[in-house]
Design a protein around this ligand. Structure first.
Ligand code: HSE
Length: 432
């Protein structure tokens, strides 16, 4: 059956815009099956047509005028990735007024003027989708909006700026100075073109405002929250924190104070105990701990910045918009036959742990090793405690990657050796 086209206007072709274009092309077939529509970028508005780009665009689709997108009646959905507040506001407002729904990754726009834009969207029966505005590739917006809808959100604590987390991690682990770590983050494309909003805490603060507003159903004004950045964090602080058993993280805290029905929203560098789960979030990764009165604690972890992870969220929103226009059933469960059958467990590959109880005589271990070798299974380590007091001794081996079927055959042969007294124990070693 032919699929109807969903024509998209893409405003902005920077790091994320180019990623959206590239990945929409790359995964066109699966998106078509799942949404029932052919998602086509019909027009792209770029600022500088002479700029060299890694992703090439057909000339006829390119414009330098944002209003070409708003005025194109064939375009149903607008993707705003131009950044900034005032110009983006005018553009998104005009798109909504012309009845087009909008996907945006613009956290500053939503934090500062979201209240007005959602009003315009309501009046024009259009939607605003904004998964990419918070925590890059982590689907935290839909989680709070949909999956946790039955909860009062009690608190949200997050590492939601990848650049700051990258800088703090490099200062902590590689002893880098702040400036060098920032330069690395920029070279890797994590920091914004102007990294001021990253390091002064406001990128995280805008995301916190969006999460707080979504969690509590009211727009939290930006000028009523407390924000500190990481510019003043120094190596001696990092070292002291380490000695005391802590690690420094830029944390966004959103907390409901039930008694006075107030919402605490703040962003600050904070010492986190090394044993806490957020302490293990390194590099550009983000993590968000959401506590609800029904669900309890939940943790969401992933890449908070970067071309592909952020475009994954934008594309998720595009697909959501496509499915809502076309398919009353939404994306609940869509059958297709693009993939084959489930993998047979015998073909699944992992490392293994094998414990064998052997008669304590010369040659036992060699016979086990021979069987493993015959099955092309490598030995990673072997432990046999010296002080066993029975006639048999335990031997614990860790084994290299091998298909489960082959591993089972080897285990059965080992079990049948006359020097093996008990059924061997086999477990997988997973490195997910
Ligand atoms: N520059 C941001 C970060 C990603 O480092 O997390 C987009 O908000």
């Amino acid at each position: 059956m032919p699929h109807s086209l969903l024509k998209i206007g893409l405003a902005g072709f920077g790091n994320v815009g180019a990623g959206v274009y590239k990945n929409l092309e790359k995964n066109r077939d699966i998106l078509r099956e799942r949404t029932g529509r052919d998602l086509v970028v019909h027009r792209v508005a770029i600022r500088d047509p002479k700029k060299k780009r890694n992703v090439s665009l057909p000339k006829e689709n390119v414009t330098t005028d944002l209003w070409d997108i708003v005025e194109d009646d064939e375009i149903e959905l607008v993707v705003e990735l131009i950044g900034g507040v005032d110009r983006a506001f005018e553009f998104v407002e005009a798109a909504l007024k012309s009845g087009k729904s909008v996907v945006t990754g613009n956290k500053a726009l939503l934090a500062e003027r979201g209240r007005e834009l959602f009003e315009v969207a309501r009046e024009n029966n259009a939607h605003i989708y904004y998964e990419a505005a918070v925590a890059g590739g982590i689907p935290i917006i839909k989680t709070v909006q949909e999956s946790l809808i039955g909860n009062h959100i009690q608190s949200v604590a997050g590492i939601i700026n990848g650049t700051c987390n990258y800088i703090l991690t490099r200062m902590n682990e590689a002893g880098l100075q702040y400036e060098d770590a920032l330069q690395e983050a920029q070279d890797l494309g994590y920091a914004e073109a102007d990294p001021t909003l990253d390091v002064n805490g406001w990128d995280a603060a805008h995301k916190a405002v969006i999460l707080a507003s979504l969690s509590y159903g009211c727009w939290v004004p930006c000028d009523e929250i407390y924000v500190e950045g990481i510019e003043k964090v120094t190596k001696p602080d990092i070292d002291f924190a380490d000695e005391l058993g802590y690690i420094i993280k830029l944390l966004a805290i959103i907390k409901l104070h039930e008694k006075d029905r107030a919402i605490e929203v703040r962003v600050q560098p904070s010492l986190v105990p090394k044993g806490h789960i957020l302490a293990s979030v390194r590099g550009v990764f983000n993590a968000i701990l959401v506590t609800g009165d029904v669900v309890g604690e939940t943790l969401f972890y992933g890449s908070g910045a970067g071309q592909d992870p952020t475009s994954s969220s934008v594309i998720g929103d595009i697909a959501d918009a496509a499915a809502r226009c076309n398919n009353p059933g939404g994306l609940g469960f869509v059958t297709h036959d693009l993939y084959g059958k489930p993998l047979k467990v015998e073909d699944s590959v992992s490392k293994y742990y094998l414990r064998v109880q052997v008669v304590d005589t010369p040659g036992s271990l060699a016979r086990i090793a021979t069987i493993l070798g015959d099955h092309n299974i490598g030995i990673l380590s072997v432990i046999q405690p010296e002080d066993h007091d029975e006639e048999t001794a335990p031997v614990a081996l860790t084994l290299h990657f091998a298909p489960f079927g082959r591993m089972l055959e080897a285990k059965e042969k080992i079990a049948r050796l006359d020097c093996v007294s008990d059924e061997p124990v086999l477990m997988r070693v997973e490195a997910i």
